[in-house]
Design a protein around this ligand. Structure first.
Ligand SMILES: Cc1ncc(COP(=O)(O)O)c(C=O)c1O
Length: 400
């Protein structure tokens, strides 16, 4: 038995997670091995993070090279990798200005603070309302968790930040009913991830853009999960053709090296003037060097076209499995962020499927209690995909 094992978790870790019974020790591409040497196909990418697979050679190279140059210098000094990555993000998106942080929650915290500060600077303190959507997820800081529409995550921590309104996702009328000139921002996930892979409709996002413009409110797209190629576009806003004022990105940006960014325009960025917001690690040279290589690889038409082909193949395989087993009510999502909602009989039981899949050598995720979530590496090979599908077949057969 290895010195540190699953029981160690229960002895020394705070019990806010219940991790799987196996402990991954090595990964390469779409394969993972546990402490016993058992091999798994990874359809999770660490929750849409390792989008180029585990330990990709070209990124390992970049990380090694940067690790021999400069690890950290703080924001009292900038660094070449920081500037290179920011320049690439500006080049490939609507944004003119970038600020780095370390997690999705921090990027969203920055976005919400920026929206509030921009409103104060330009319109006054009365413009403070933030509109967000029921079942949304934006992170676990007190501000982001309060803005997100899931009381089960935000209740029980004392008073919440004020002036936050939650309305129905994909329902423009419910936004129209509450938005007015006191609204400083609307924050939305183009595809609600954690609550079940629910894509926004184009009309909804277009309507939000229009309502924000009419009320001088900023439109924030939380692309923490949908960004960096996951939907078959570098960012999902490019698929929808709706340009936000602020965009947040994290997860896949560093392929597993923690980094996030908030993107915006020069005009809005003025409200984060000297000393208004900050972070020790944001823009760290190691993280930025890695992320620059990630962006170079993914912001490429050929790469993204392949993501869309793999998506079509994956969805077709899921549809075939459903003809055989009839376990899914709906298969949905964009690119390689795919949700399969379970039929009535298995509602609430998505995590049972995850356990059986692991026994069959397959890593999958849930998105809420009723939905299986598939987020394989964007560059998964056809061979690894079909091997994973075989293991999924075995898993579904167990329940059918
Ligand atoms: C849409 C969205 N926003 C924010 C977050 C929070 O990111 P992090 O866990 O890196 O703080 C997540 C994480 O799942 C997410 O899916």
């Amino acid at each position: 038995m290895p010195q540190y094992n699953r029981q160690t978790f229960d002895q020394v870790m705070i019990q806010n997670y219940i991790p799987a019974n196996f402990i991954p020790v090595k990964g390469k591409g779409s394969h993972v091995w546990d402490q016993d040497g058992k091999e798994y196909i990874d359809f999770t990418s660490g929750i849409a993070v390792n989008s180029l697979g585990h330990c990709p050679d070209e990124i390992v190279e970049v990380l090694k090279a940067q690790s021999e140059k400069l690890w950290h210098s703080s924001n009292w000094f900038t660094s070449e990798p920081t500037l290179a990555l920011a320049s690439k993000l500006v080049q490939h998106t609507f944004a003119e200005r970038v600020m780095f942080a370390n997690s999705g929650a921090e990027a969203n915290e920055a976005a919400l603070k920026l929206a509030r500060r921009y409103a104060v600077d330009n319109y006054g303190y009365q413009k403070s309302t933030i509109i967000s959507f029921k079942q949304s997820f934006h992170g676990r800081t007190l501000f982001t968790v309060s803005v997100a529409g899931q009381p089960k995550y935000s209740d029980g921590f004392g008073p919440k930040p004020a002036d936050i309104i939650h309305v129905k996702f994909n329902d423009l009328a419910s936004v129209k009913a509450v938005i007015d000139d006191r609204c400083c921002a609307v924050i939305v996930e183009p595809i609600q991830g954690e609550s079940g892979i629910i894509p926004a409709t184009t009309e909804f996002l277009q309507g939000l853009r229009q309502l924000c413009d009419e009320n001088n409110a900023l439109l924030i797209f939380d692309e923490v999960q949908t960004g960096v190629g996951r939907t078959g576009y570098l960012y999902a806003y490019q698929k929808y053709g709706v340009i936000p004022d602020i965009l947040t990105t994290a997860k896949a940006l560093g392929n597993g090296f923690p980094i996030s960014a908030m993107l915006t325009t020069t005009e809005i960025a003025k409200s984060f003037s000297l000393g208004v917001h900050g972070t020790t690690f944001g823009g760290n040279p190691l993280a930025c060097a890695v992320a620059e290589k990630v962006i170079d690889t993914i912001a490429n038409d050929k790469f993204l076209a392949q993501v869309n082909r793999t998506s079509a193949l994956f969805k077709a395989e899921l549809a075939k499995l459903n003809e055989q087993f009839h376990l899914f009510k709906e298969i949905r999502g964009e690119g390689l962020l795919i949700g399969a909602e379970l039929v009535e009989k298995y509602q609430g039981k998505a995590s049972d499927f995850v356990k059986v899949a692991a026994e069959n050598g397959l890593m999958i995720l849930v998105a809420g209690p009723n939905v299986l979530r598939f987020a394989p590496a964007l560059n998964i090979s056809e061979q690894d995909l079909s091997q994973g599908i075989e293991r999924l077949t075995k898993t579904l057969k167990y329940f059918a």
